[in-house]
Write a protein that binds this ligand. Structure first.
Ligand SMILES: [Zn+2]
Length: 259
């Protein structure tokens, strides 16, 4: 009697039948295929900042099938957030942003692990947390936190996708944290101390949607190994004209973080 054919042992993160149906429109993309989708499922993303950018990025990460997402924000929902932070409802005012976002995202995809951390991360917290992740999305709105996230990613060599939006403008950049690429600090030190938040300067609602979606796109491409990420590039968006501009970002050999 001949031995029946036995398929090669399957990776524990191989897609089951329901997942293959769910992600079928991504699986049919030749660049993505099962290899890319399974890589997403095996990925762990740390998303810091559940404001406008985080609310735009998170649903696409969750819907795309990223296996595990940890949301971080210490804030509660305020009426003035509803104009652009589209995961929150009027009834959520006063509630925790990460708890409400996690509940909404889990309803979108029960298949993935969603963790909520309601806290402001210190540099020490970040140094402990970041090495546990495949990629970090910076959706925060202040320079001190951005620099702390960047430093933790540089040290742990974890890729970082950074987004920012204010008034009618947005920017996106990705950092591989490998080889001789720039880090976020190589870029941010060019801004000097000049720093405004949406609270002080205002923001047009869909601008955070555009930039947050771009961050999710970058994350999916990097984790699935599809296309060319915005490594070494700064992508600027001007909502008033609808124009995108791209600039090269070079490593500053004297950068105090990565130099
Ligand atoms: Zn640097």
């Amino acid at each position: 009697m001949t031995k029946p054919f036995s398929p090669p042992p399957r990776n524990t993160l191989a897609l089951n039948q329901q997942q293959a149906m769910r992600y079928s429109r991504q699986l049919m993309l030749p660049a993505m295929d099962f290899r890319g989708q399974e890589a997403l499922l095996a990925s762990k993303v740390l998303l810091v900042g559940m404001g406008g950018l985080g609310c735009a990025a998170a649903p696409y990460l969750v819907a795309s099938g990223i296996g595990s997402i940890t949301l971080v924000d210490d804030d509660n929902i305020d009426r003035s957030n509803l104009q652009r932070q589209i995961l929150y409802r009027e009834a959520d005012i006063g509630e925790s942003k990460v708890q409400q976002a996690a509940a909404s995202l889990q309803a979108l995809n029960s298949d993935i692990a969603i963790n909520a951390l309601q806290q402001r991360l210190t540099a020490d917290d970040l140094a402990q947390l970041v090495p546990q992740f495949s990629l970090v999305l910076d959706c925060t709105d202040n320079l001190a936190t951005r620099n702390a996230i960047n430093a933790a990613c540089v040290h742990a060599k974890v890729p970082l996708v950074s987004g920012a939006a204010i008034r009618f403008e947005g920017q996106v950049a990705s950092f591989s944290m490998q080889g001789d690429g720039a880090c976020y600090h190589c870029l941010s030190q060019l801004f000097g101390e000049q720093q405004l938040t949406c609270m002080e300067a205002g923001i047009l609602s869909p601008v955070v949607g555009v930039i947050g979606s771009m961050q999710a796109l970058e994350a999916v491409k990097i984790l699935a190994g599809v296309g060319t990420p915005l490594y070494g590039k700064l992508q600027l968006f001007d909502a008033l004209t609808g124009k995108w501009q791209q600039f090269s970002l070079n490593k500053d050999p004297l950068c105090s973080v990565c130099g």
